[in-house]
Design a protein around this ligand. Structure first.
Ligand code: GDD
Ligand code: MG
Length: 359
């Protein structure tokens, strides 16, 4: 692929990740371990692979964690800079706020929580060949209501931008990746919160700017909810979601070399076991995301759930479609079903929550 060294990348990572609480009480969403790596590593690797070498992170919530981990980006072969918003400026304000760091005339902006297999070079090609002012990457989803709905005309020009509408006119949505001509970033009002979705895009359309859509059918998932986080992680483990940070990855599970898995434990469905985690004999993990230092004891079942740092699932407990906070302890034989969220450090006694009467 041709290099895109003349393009800057901006990643918005300042959100609070509320839908992933309580995991995001201790770590910002883009830093949560995903198939064994902080989520953002997958996106940065994809950007680097496209030949973009200068990346600016727009941070706010838990800003320091990013720089502590990624530093100047040299490990990933990129130059990484950080711009901090003491008060969150929203998605549009976050883009405007990094302007002093931008060098190129073409700027590719990313939401920091999207797992995708998209060819970034192809989006840049569309932007160039249509001479667009702004180009939006679009995908199709079965339920567009949680996203920005973006209808286009027969030439692919964007005709409207309807953020989180209950009545979407199309299943085509904003995939959270934009190409801006730099001057259109300069036009975003500075010094106050601005939503790119609710304010900037509608204003650009109203003033007749050329806003182009680039639709493709590649892998795409917003990792912002527990369901999607678990699914995206499992897809990475199984090689369904490609990541340049995990070349050749393809399997039913991914186990950190420093984890302990007892004989007779069953790990399937894209399960990932973090560093120092311990899995007991006869445990059954299906699509489980086990963070570093967590423990799943003998005979426990964990399905499509996230178990936070240092948390413990007791013997023969069941966790299905749940989120267990850091350091929490789910007692033996407890049953936690769809939507359960256990807050960090909470201890549920043995047999303390059940849906059945047998012991
Ligand atoms: N710097 C900064 N400042 N970043 C922010 C701020 C802020 O004030 N608010 C949110 N972000 C970052 C988040 O960290 C995240 O990476 C990204 O902006 C998008 O925010 P989300 O909270 O994940 O938005 P969403 O998923 O509800 O909707 C957005 O993404 C969808 C696609 O995944 C919208 O852009 C939708 O239109 C889009 O369809
Ligand atoms: Mg999101």
């Amino acid at each position: 692929m041709a290099g895109h060294a003349g393009t800057d990348a901006v990643i918005l990572v300042g959100g609070q990740g509320t839908r992933l609480r309580p995991l995001t009480l201790s770590a910002p969403k883009p830093m949560l371990p995903t198939a064994g790596l902080p989520f953002l590593t997958h996106l940065l690797a994809r950007i680097a692979e496209a030949g973009i070498t200068h990346v600016v992170l727009g941070t706010s919530f838990k800003a320091e964690v990013f720089e502590e981990h990624f530093g100047d980006g040299s490990d990933l072969g990129i130059e990484l800079e950080y711009v901090f918003e003491p008060e969150p400026l929203g998605t549009g304000g976050g883009i405007r706020n990094v302007l002093p760091k931008l060098r190129a005339d073409t700027v590719m902006v990313f939401n920091g929580d999207v797992l995708g297999g998209t060819d970034l070079g192809a989006i840049l090609d569309t932007h160039e060949s249509t001479k667009a002012d702004v180009t939006l990457h679009l995908v199709r989803v079965s339920d567009p209501r949680a996203f920005g709905c973006v209808p286009t005309d027969e030439e692919g020009r964007v005709t409207a931008f309807l953020e989180k509408t209950q009545d979407p006119p199309t299943d085509q949505i904003n995939a959270g990746c934009y190409v801006f001509r730099r001057e259109y970033i300069e036009k975003i009002p500075s010094g106050r919160p601005v939503s790119v979705e609710r304010e900037v895009f509608p204003a650009l359309l109203a003033e007749g700017a050329r806003v182009q859509g680039h639709v493709d059918m590649s892998y795409w998932r917003d990792m912002g909810t527990p369901e999607d986080f678990v699914r995206g992680s499992a897809d990475l483990v199984r090689g369904i979601a490609p990541s340049p940070a995990l070349p050749g990855q393809r399997g039913e599970s991914l186990i950190h070399p420093g984890a302990g898995v007892a004989p007779g434990a069953l790990l399937i469905g894209g399960t990932v076991i973090g560093r120092g985690a311990e899995i007991g004999a006869g445990a059954r993990l299906d699509g489980a995301v086990i963070f570093d230092g967590a423990v799943v004891e003998a005979g426990a079942t964990v399905e499509r759930s996230i178990v936070g740092f240092g948390a413990r699932i007791g013997p023969r407990a069941l966790v299905r479609d749940g989120v267990i906070g850091d350091g929490a302890h789910v007692g033996a034989r407890c049953e936690l079903l769809r939507g359960a969220r256990v807050w960090p450090g909470v201890v549920i006694p043995d047999g303390g929550i059940r849906f059945s009467t047998d012991v």
